[in-house]
Design a protein around this ligand. Structure first.
Ligand code: HEM
Length: 411
């Protein structure tokens, strides 16, 4: 007898690679059921109001140990190696760890760290675009957006430049662990984290000996008994900064160039009005965000929302990119409009896990897009839509071939 085929849920269609280039019509379908139970017992939340409510709800946990597997013999406490980075922790452990890193990254105690990187980032951007001279086409991903954030994060952490290629390899492995379709992601994660920890530990030792002022050595110099991180915590969070800041920034820059080339009026306007770059990047984070789904959350208790009860222990998928296109929150949401007022997008999340690296990501993307637009003469897309990476959560093109008629000198 023929098997009756199970209808594919809208969320399963979103996960299907064939819909990666344009998942937005499916997100409109998803929003018809703001909180949708899936066959595996998880809940997909797709409307702006409900996503924000859950992101601010202390009954929703980011801690993987809150899940249904907790209580399995030998796995009911955090005894394994390495310690968890703060993205996977709930308060108070989350807040303590995040604060310890933030002290050396941003205001109020270190207000100048990111702004102080402007010159170095400009130099990296300029060098990459100088490398386009003599060519009439490039792959914006491979030749520009991919190398930029690795170089920036290595410079922030204090990793020697010659070791950057190792980081590209680790970045690929770590991104693979975030893809819901990867088999045995925990094993890949453990191997990669072990290699990175051992390498970063050596970097810390040598920069402590040289009294460096990079982020890793200032963090390592803090006393763990006075709010500082233990060495193992520091290593776990250094890896977090790296993984959270790499592919995301690659995708924002690439999505930005793609969107500008699809909206030539805005591209020309940016040439005339450089200050447009600030609202333009915010609108990109709403319209083509790099992170389409937040990391899975767990309901700590039954939660009633939008006429549905999410039961205790259920896993929750927050579809940030669907919330960003919710017509109940944004007028004409499918329109790319850098002049949009009140643009409180979910591109960097909301609540206590709001993106830690947002100021750095903004600065990198603003400098990158401004330079590309000013220096590439008559840039054109060679394929539209471009090919996409398979990952539905961190969504972005795998290649973005662009043709142009020469490179203007840097100003
Ligand atoms: C365009 C680039 C970026 C985007 C779109 C982005 C987006 C996000 C989002 C959506 C989250 C929330 C994840 C969740 O809770 O499920 C997040 C968290 C985080 N991001 Fe970013 N990010 C970007 C760049 C960066 C950079 C450059 C860094 C570091 C230098 C960074 C570090 C972090 C960290 C550490 C967290 C965890 C915050 C916490 O749990 O308190 N991100 N980011």
């Amino acid at each position: 007898m023929p098997q009756s085929s199970t209808p594919t849920s809208v969320y399963e269609q979103v996960l299907d690679q064939s819909n990666r280039a344009n998942p937005y019509p499916l997100y409109a379908e998803l929003r018809k059921t703001p909180v949708a139970r899936q066959d595996d017992g998880s809940y997909v939340v797709s409307t702006y109001r409900e996503i924000v409510a859950l992101l601010h709800d202390p009954r929703v946990s980011s801690d993987r140990l809150s899940g249904p597997d907790v209580g399995r013999p030998g796995e009911d406490e955090r005894s394994g190696e390495p310690p968890t980075s703060f993205i996977h922790l709930d308060p108070p452990a989350h807040d303590r760890s995040r604060r310890a890193v933030m002290r050396h990254f941003g205001p109020p105690e270190t207000p100048g760290r990111i702004e102080g990187m402007r010159g170095r980032i400009t130099e990296i951007v300029t060098t990459l675009i100088d490398g386009f001279e003599g060519r009439d086409q490039v792959d914006i991903v491979h030749d520009f957006a991919y190398p930029l954030p690795v170089t920036v994060i290595c410079s922030l952490l204090g990793v020697p430049r010659e070791d950057e290629p190792r980081f590209s390899k680790w970045a690929d492995a770590l991104i693979e662990t975030l893809d819901p379709r990867t088999e045995d992601p925990e094993r890949l994660l453990a191997t990669t984290q072990r290699e990175m920890s051992s390498y970063l530990n050596d970097v810390i030792e040598s920069s402590l000996a040289n009294q460096g002022d990079d982020l890793l050595s200032t963090l390592a110099a803090d006393d763990p008994t006075c709010g500082g991180l233990s060495r193992q915590e520091l290593l776990a969070n250094a890896i977090l900064l790296f993984v959270a800041g790499h592919e995301t920034t690659v995708n924002l820059i690439t999505n930005g160039m793609l969107t500008l080339l699809r909206h030539p009026d805005t591209l020309n306007r940016l040439r005339e009005e450089p200050e447009l770059i600030d609202p333009l990047v915010e609108e990109l984070l709403r319209y083509e965000p790099p992170v389409h789904f937040a990391l899975r959350r767990i309901a700590l208790t039954d939660i009633d929302i939008a006429g549905t009860t999410i039961p205790q222990g259920a896993s929750i998928v927050l579809a940030l990119a669907a919330g960003n296109r919710d017509p109940d929150r944004f007028d004409n949401p499918d329109r790319f409009d850098p002049d949009r007022p009140d643009n409180e997008h979910l591109g960097f999340n909301s609540g206590i896990h709001y993106c830690f690296g947002a100021p750095l990501a903004r600065l990198e993307t603003q400098l990158a897009l401004t330079e590309l637009v000013h220096r590439l003469r008559n840039p054109r897309l060679l394929t539209d839509p471009p090919p996409y990476r398979p990952n539905p959560r961190l969504r972005g093109p795998s290649h973005l071939p662009v043709a142009f008629d020469g490179v203007a000198p840097s100003s």
